[in-house]
Design a protein. Structure first.
Length: 411
């Protein structure tokens, strides 16, 4: 049996560095940039109007007022997306729409509300003097050509997607998504919605692990139950090992009569690195490799599977796909936390801010089979081996659930 820290080191040393690929922009959401992205052109690309109004020479409007308007000759109209075919000379103006290029000779925009309005008249009355350069967006004022736009390692969300499209990127270099297989094992497992018979349980682990894998961004190629039959188990696991980057099983790694997973993995050429970790819950936890494929054999108890995925597999997925690992935080306990002299202990908990201090309270349900211990939880609390419980008021390490909004649950 090895420590949690040693288990992390072994898994980390076996995890390949992320590989990159190019994807179409419509497929880029949620992916991570594999290199820096630079601006292919200045933004704005050309001087353009920030308002609907009239392009003028500001000097022509000096002294304009409601009582004594200045009259300018209308030269024409410029709409967004249309290149000007004329310049503005002294005593002239033109209608201009938001985003339209500013014609040569013009050095200010008068908003339409301060004029006699858009019409077919050849003369336009100006009721307020213009200010030099007012309402003109100048070429490159936002960003110049060749400047850094988005850094390598940036995860593409709505804002980043908008920026990339605005600068014309039809495809982007991103880290590859890992391919994952998820299996739960046991003849007693049935799908929700069906009536339970004696000895049966609902297959919650398959849905739990599939949801966690989707949240971290993995591409799931297999997710199904494997019955307690070595032949069917061998066939499915062999296919998964040939086509996936990570294979996750839940159940079948203990010492029960029908726990075949470890035996089948060995027959399929999986190199076992460890199979027990000094932790509670989750002591029967197998990790192996076959080539660059990583194998995680999780315990069948739902709390154990949940915590082992978050502690070990989530971190592995982050590294594999170039995601920035989320940091654990320190919090002050609101109640005692149980400890074991020879085991690293994990419990679901809840974080909150109280009087500008980050506080944590552990669940009162300790059993690894108790799925309701996760109710209202937004983190996993942990402590290294120790001879006595961590006391209320002491500091404890917390791993916030990545899908929780930090500002929301700590308010």
């Amino acid at each position: 049996m090895i420590s949690v820290e040693k288990a992390h080191r072994i898994i980390q040393s076996a995890t390949p560095d992320p590989l990159s690929e190019k994807v179409q922009i419509k497929e880029a959401s949620g992916r991570v940039l594999a290199r820096d992205v630079f601006t292919p052109f200045a933004q704005p690309r050309f001087d353009n109007s920030a308002m609907d109004g009239f392009a003028v020479q500001w000097e022509d409007t000096v002294g304009a007022s409601q009582e004594s308007p200045v009259e300018l000759t209308l030269k024409g109209t410029i709409s967004a997306g249309v290149e000007p075919e004329f310049a503005i000379k002294k005593g002239e103006c033109c209608q201009i729409m938001t985003g339209a290029p500013v014609p040569g000779g013009a050095n200010a925009i008068i908003i339409v509300e301060n004029t006699s309005g858009f019409s077919s008249n050849n003369l336009v009355q100006i009721f307020e003097p213009a200010v030099l350069h007012n309402h003109i967006r100048f070429q490159g004022e936002e960003i110049q050509e060749g400047e850094l736009l988005l850094k390598k390692g940036t995860q593409i969300g709505p804002s980043e997607l908008n920026i990339l499209v605005a600068f014309g990127y039809g495809e982007v270099p991103v880290y590859q998504r890992l391919k994952m297989a998820i299996f739960t094992t046991g003849d007693e497992l049935i799908e929700p919605g069906n009536p339970l018979k004696v000895g049966q349980i609902y297959n919650s682990n398959l849905h739990l692990l599939t949801d966690l894998a989707k949240r971290v961004g993995a591409q799931i190629l297999f997710h199904r139950v494997i019955r307690d039959d070595p032949e069917s188990m061998r066939e499915l696991l062999s296919r998964a090992l040939d086509s996936c980057d990570i294979v996750v099983t839940s159940g079948g790694v203990s010492k029960g009569k029908y726990d075949y997973v470890r035996e089948v993995f060995s027959e399929l050429g999986v190199k076992e690195h460890f199979r027990r970790v000094a932790q509670k819950p989750g002591k029967p936890f197998l990790f192996g490799t076959k080539g660059e494929t990583l194998i995680f054999g999780l315990p069948g108890n739902p709390v154990s599977s949940f915590i082992c995925f978050m502690e070990f597999i989530w971190l592995t997925c982050e590294h594999w796909m170039g995601l920035k690992p989320l940091c654990k935080v320190k919090a002050i306990l609101k109640s005692n936390f149980p400890n074991k002299p020879d085991k690293h202990c994990f419990l679901f908990g809840r974080l909150s801010y109280e009087n500008n201090r980050l506080m944590a309270i552990p669940t009162e349900k300790y059993g690894s089979h108790m799925v309701t211990s996760a109710v209202d939880a937004n983190c996993i609390l942990e402590s290294p081996p120790g001879s006595s419980p961590i006391q209320k008021g002491d500091t404890i390490l917390a791993n916030p659930f990545p899908w929780m909004n930090l500002g929301r649950f700590m308010s």
